[in-house]
Design a binder for this molecule. Structure first.
Ligand code: FES
Length: 142
């Protein structure tokens, strides 16, 4: 191979690699991800039965958004959206008051999703919870 051919191939390959490096992130951004599923999911296994001791909670993935599964002090399972209705921060369970708390602007919700205090304008969406064998299934209410 002549030196000139080698340089042409090397520069052409470099140019193609540079173009691919610029286009790849653009294509990934424009095309929806298969794993995201468009963010809509109607049912998910949120936890295993017995995984949550009383008065604890777990944040689980419900489609592309967080959900919160709470096992109350009385042993009742409650599931709600984990996305605060104010500015979409993820809420946390406060075991001391048995409420959901948003750390961004001190929003607070009861376990029925109702706003107790702070700036959130709407209640949290509540989900149906069902124990099926070893799984705790959380579903959107229709
Ligand atoms: S984002 Fe939750 S209170 Fe502001």
């Amino acid at each position: 191979m002549k030196r000139r051919n080698f340089v042409d191939i090397f520069l052409g390959g470099s140019l193609l690699a540079t173009i691919a490096a610029f286009l790849y992130p653009v294509v990934r951004y424009v095309l929806p991800s298969r794993s995201a599923g468009g963010g809509v999911q109607n049912s998910v296994t949120a936890a295993k039965a017995g995984e949550l001791p009383p008065n604890t909670a777990k944040v689980f993935k419900f489609g592309s958004a967080p959900g919160v599964l709470v096992n109350t002090a009385e042993g009742k399972l409650v599931a709600l959206s984990g996305t605060c209705t104010h500015l979409t921060c993820t809420v946390r369970f406060d075991a001391e008051t048995e409420t959901l708390f948003c750390p961004c602007h001190n929003g607070r919700f009861d376990l029925g999703g109702n706003v107790l205090s702070g700036p959130p304008p709407r209640p949290l969406e509540t989900y149906a919870v069902e124990v099926s064998g070893a799984d705790i299934i959380v579903s959107r209410k229709s």
